[in-house]
Design a protein around this ligand. Structure first.
Ligand code: CA
Length: 336
């Protein structure tokens, strides 16, 4: 029995050609009794072929994906494709409008709200729409993230773990086709509330990315994203052409909690290493300086795993628990 919903769309999900409109989530704040929030969506369909959901703006301060998806909506002619694309360039639209990771409406991180709640808060209603109305009609899901305001990341394509070898093989093949400089398996410490964990539970072939970050637009990462989207559409057989420069190198993974370096004190974080540096467990990672207690020496943070520096905090200020550095280690699981 499907869950009830008040969300609706201006588009015909079964229609052919190119439609650009929105999903409406009714929203009734002080100044708008019967209004709604609009989640932009395009449906581009022709012939027969797989249904691929392309999403950006899951977090509102990660820009390469939304830019590249807007270009794709404008450029793609339905006659070029075989299949159906459901394109959501600004999925958490209120967060995208605000340029913030989380929604200014309910304060929620969309990527920690799946499977959503169709009668919950606004963000929960957005993710419920994806869970109940989009994932069930799709074959593949691409979730385009960047590092956001708080992290710089090495541009990379992300493998979401899957429960069967067959499904993991599909995810890895698609991630390789994207063609990012690096591939990382990220399980978010097993968190089931992310979009990619949810799409895997729905049996979709799933690809994630981390493209640049720092709350700005990286032209290099944007170019990787543009090429990666075309590569994925070719990989899935939605557009003609071959995959250019797939990633055939090693696969890395964030090795659980020891892959993260967290601040243990309040102050300003100084990283001792740049992105891409080779590091060892036990090595000094950086220091936290107290600017208001010059009598105190800085606190030294250590790496907990061998690998390369994959992510680095952007803001200088830290409090205990803030993520300062992320290490990507060689992937030790069995790959199909
Ligand atoms: Ca993100």
């Amino acid at each position: 029995m499907p869950r009830t919903t008040t969300a609706y769309t201006t588009l015909d999900l079964d229609g052919l050609g190119k439609q650009v409109g929105f999903v409406a989530i009714p929203h009734s704040p002080h100044d708008d009794g019967w209004g709604h929030v609009r989640i932009p969506m395009a449906v581009i369909a022709n012939g027969s072929g797989p249904t691929v959901i392309l999403q950006g703006g899951n977090h509102g301060d990660e820009y390469e994906g939304p830019i590249a998806l807007g270009e794709l909506i404008r450029e793609l002619d339905p006659g070029e494709i075989e299949g159906r694309l459901i394109v959501l360039p600004a999925f958490n639209a209120p967060a995208v409008e605000a340029g913030r990771r989380v929604s200014p409406v309910d304060g929620l991180n969309l990527n920690r709200t799946y499977p959503g709640d169709p009668v919950g808060s606004l963000t929960q209603q957005i993710t419920a729409y994806a869970s109940d109305h989009l994932f069930p009609i799709a074959d593949a899901f691409i979730d385009l993230h960047s590092g956001g305001s708080s992290l710089h990341m090495i541009p990379s394509a992300i493998v979401e773990p899957a429960p069967t070898r067959e499904h993991l093989a599909r995810n890895v093949a698609a991630v390789r086709a994207f063609g990012a400089p690096m591939i990382v398996v990220i399980d978010n410490l097993g968190d089931p509330r992310t979009s990619t964990a949810t799409s895997v539970r729905a049996n979709l072939t799933t690809v994630g990315t981390e493209l640049g970050g720092g709350g700005t637009v990286s032209r290099d990462a944007l170019e990787i994203c543009r090429r990666g989207l075309r590569n994925l559409l070719a990989h899935f057989g939605v557009i003609d052409g071959s995959v250019s420069a797939p990633t055939d190198g090693d696969i890395r993974a964030i090795p659980g909690p020891k892959g993260f370096v967290f601040a243990d004190a309040a102050g300003v974080f100084e990283s001792f290493h740049d992105l891409g540096a080779e590091v060892r467990a036990g090595q000094d990672a950086g220091s936290v300086h107290s600017l208001t207690r010059p009598d105190l020496p800085p606190q030294i943070l250590k790496f907990g795993a061998d690998g390369i520096v994959y992510g680095r905090r952007q803001p200088g200020r830290v409090v205990p628990g803030n993520c300062c550095l992320v290490v990507a280690a060689p992937y030790e699981g069995e790959l199909p």
